[in-house]
Structures are given as structure tokens and as C-alpha cells.
Design a protein around this ligand. Structure first.
Ligand code: E4P
Length: 217
């Protein structure tokens, strides 16, 4: 499963990339607002840090304007994936862009039927939001399982990008289902490394090592 960082914070992106943990990045208008940086400038910087897809979202709602924005976004770098909302205009934009060789991430997916439409429109990625789904009393992981089944039934190439990931169990379940990608805040990715027995083990080894009075080198 590929790991994308769901952030526009370049320090976090750099740290995860240096650890070899990043296959791409996703941003959205809220994350750009949180970073407090110019959208184009920060997206360009991220595209220079990460080789994989960097999602940059349009804010227009009609097809013509989405295409105009997408034109600006895709010029930022070859690894930009234009993010469009799951609406008819968004799907129309998705079809036009992917036909033209641009990666598209169709976002704000909350049903398997929506995911089916995105695949038919040629989406590179579909982003089902599991955390927001759970928040509203639905089962986010059931949604991922349904999309996996449908995409496999018809051999769609669209990659399932599990989004709105809130905790390590979301990551584990997504991997067990066979999602292609998950995008999570850097804090969640860093949580994955944590285990109390690892910390306890290090503590024990260092205590015993101190008793030897030795040094390496
Ligand atoms: C995905 O691309 C979105 O940016 C993101 O995962 C949304 O997550 P949230 O529900 O935590 O805002």
C-alpha cells in the first residue's frame, strides 16, 4: 500500500520523505489555509520534494472554470494530480483531464456508486473519506471493501486512495482490504512506528549495555 501525507506542511513532508515513507502527498483547500502559504508556491515546493503524485484541488464548481484552474495546476509539475469534487462537473473535468494524460484524484467520495462513476470517468485515484464517514454513523471501512470488490469485478485501474484517515487502525484495515493508497496526517503516519514493547526493549538493551562499560568505536 502506498503512503501519501495529507498535509501542505513542507517540514513534515521533508521529514517523512527522508525516512523513505512517502509515495505522494494530498492537499485540499483547508490544508492550504492551515499552512498559511501561497497555493501555487507551496504546491511547487512539495512537487520538488516528492517524486510521486501531489494532489492539488480545484475550487471552481463548474466544468469550464475547473478546466481553467486545472490548466494552471498541472503546469506546476509533472507529478501534479488535479483534485476534483465528486459532482457531474467534476467527473466531466476528470474525463477531459485523464484523456489528456493528466492524473486526477476524485475527492469527497462517500458511496460505492460514486466510486463506480469516478472509475468510469477514468479517475487515477478515488478518495473515499473514511473518518468523515465514521463520524456520521456509517462504516468507512465497509465502503472501502465495497469499492475494492466493485473495482476488482470490473478490473478498473482507478486506485483506491483511503482518505480522512484518523488513526492507525484505519491504516491497518485499509491495508488488509487491499486499498492501493492511504493518505494520512503526518502525526498518524508517525504513530504507526510506536509500540510500547519497542520502547521497553530499547530501554532494557541500553541498561544492559551500560553495565558493560563499553563504547562502539
Ligand atoms: C483527502 O485527500 C483529504 O485531504 C483528507 O483526507 C480529508 O481529511 P479530513 O476528513 O481529516 O479533513
Amino acid at each position: 500500500m502506498k503512503f501519501f501525507a495529507d498535509t501542505a506542511n513542507v517540514d513534515d513532508i521533508r521529514e517523512l520523505a527522508e525516512a523513505g515513507l512517502l509515495d505522494g502527498v494530498t492537499t485540499n483547500p483547508s490544508l492550504i489555509a492551515k499552512a498559511g502559504r501561497d497555493f501555487i508556491e507551496v504546491t511547487r515546493e512539495i512537487c520538488g520534494i516528492v517524486e510521486g503524485p501531489v494532489s492539488a484541488e480545484v475550487v471552481a464548481l463548474d466544468h469550464a472554470e475547473m478546466m481553467r484552474e486545472a490548466e494552471i495546476l498541472r503546469k506546476i509539475g509533472d507529478n501534479v494530480a488535479v483534485k476534483v469534487p465528486l459532482t457531474i462537473d467534476g467527473l466531466k473535468t476528470c474525463k477531459a483531464l485523464t484523456d489528456d494524460g493528466t492524473m486526477v484524484n476524485v475527492t469527497l467520495c462517500f458511496s460505492a456508486n460514486q466510486a463506480l462513476l469516478a472509475a468510469k470517468a477514468g479517475a487515477t485515484f478515488i478518495s473515499p473519506f473514511v473518518g468523515r464517514h465514521d463520524d456520521n454513523g456509517f462504516d468507512g471501512m465497509q465502503l472501502i471493501g465495497d469499492i475494492r470488490l466493485i473495482y476488482d469485478n470490473y478490473a478498473f485501474d482507478t486506485e483506491i486512495l483511503v482518505a480522512s484517515v484518523r488513526h492507525p487502525i484505519h491504516v491497518l484495515e485499509a491495508a488488509k482490504i487491499g486499498a492501493d493508497v492511504m493518505t494520512a496526517p503526518p502525526s498518524v503516519i508517525k504513530q504507526l512506528v510506536k509500540h510500547p514493547l519497542t520502547d521497553k526493549g530499547i530501554e532494557g538493551f541500553l541498561a544492559d549495555w551500560a553495565k558493560t562499560g563499553q563504547k562502539i568505536g
